[in-house]
Design a protein around this ligand. Structure first.
Ligand SMILES: NC(=O)c1ccc[n+]([C@@H]2O[C@H](COP(=O)([O-])OP(=O)(O)OC[C@H]3O[C@@H](n4cnc5c(N)ncnc54)[C@H](OP(=O)(O)O)[C@@H]3O)[C@@H](O)[C@H]2O)c1
Length: 246
């Protein structure tokens, strides 16, 4: 199938590096105009935007309601419409699952502010604009930790499980005008996991595809969901089959 996104406008939250950057690059390669975003790394966000045709950078922290609104307004002002929202921005804290005391409720609040409330804010502020598209779509970047008893901490894993359920509930509510799906990456080689050498080795041994993933592998899954026009409410696992053997 020919993929042509040339009339489409996308926002990719958290696209100054890693998975979000790879998603933005691929969307642009297929012709979309893309808003690059991050909360802190403004310089690298601007560099990413400068390297991608038809893209613009906007700094916004998705845990802030006002900044979410500013981000959406920016996309509309610059490009006049919104067709694709990729909620990729996320944070975690590395806490062993057995260290219950360290997973204090303040950690839960900090992670949920971005991963769950930020994602909800973006969805709830963008859907009216996505409804005007001929194929409006939201893609939430979840995690293998949402589906398996694994992940960098229990609060993080639960935040991603919440995103999966939010995805299904929104798909039911926003259809037929807007499709809502999640892509759940396994272990991916990004700045986030650059020091996780042992984890990368374990995945390379255990996963049927014998390697941890690249950001582009996740971007491929996102594009797959975008072009699959009869798919909504799904959580697509992109983990090299790791969960089959772990
Ligand atoms: N890498 C993996 O193995 C893996 C596996 C499963 C799921 N994921 C998910 O994939 C997503 C991207 O992760 P990554 O590995 O690509 O990490 P990354 O390279 O660290 O990128 C995270 C991006 O999110 C941005 N961000 C963080 N908080 C934000 C906020 N409040 N508002 C706006 N942007 C924010 C970061 O920029 P600033 O910090 O400058 O704001 C950065 O652009 C996350 O949702 C993560 O949970 C990753």
């Amino acid at each position: 199938m020919m993929i042509d996104l040339k009339d489409k406008v996308a926002i990719v939250t958290g696209s100054s590096s890693g998975i979000g950057k790879a998603i933005a690059v691929q969307l642009a390669e297929y012709g979309a105009r893309v808003v690059i975003n991050s909360a802190k790394s403004e310089a690298s966000g601007r560099e990413v935007a400068a390297s991608i045709p038809n893209s613009k950078y906007f700094r916004a922290d998705i845990s802030s309601k006002d900044e979410c609104q500013n981000l959406i307004d920016f996309a509309l002002e610059e490009f006049g419409r919104l067709d694709i929202l990729v909620n990729n921005a996320g944070i975690t804290k590395l806490i062993s699952h057995s260290d219950i005391e360290k997973a204090d409720v303040d950690v839960w609040k900090e992670i949920f502010e971005v991963n769950v409330f930020g994602t909800w804010q973006m969805c709830s502020m963008a859907y009216k604009h996505l409804e005007k598209s001929d194929d409006g779509i939201i893609i939430n970047i979840s995690s293998i930790a949402s589906l398996r008893p694994t992940g960098s901490s229990i609060p993080y894993a639960v935040s991603k499980a919440a995103i999966n359920h939010m995805t299904k509930l929104l798909a039911k509510t926003l259809g037929p005008k807007v499709r809502v799906n999640a892509v759940a990456p396994g272990l991916i080689q990004t700045p986030w996991t650059q020091d996780w050498d042992i984890a990368h080795e374990i995945v390379a041994q255990q996963a049927p595809l014998k390697r941890s993933g690249m950001p582009e592998d996740v971007a491929d899954a996102v594009i797959g969901v975008i072009i699959s026009k009869y798919v909504t409410g799904e959580v697509v696992l992109a983990d090299g089959g790791w969960s089959l053997n772990s």
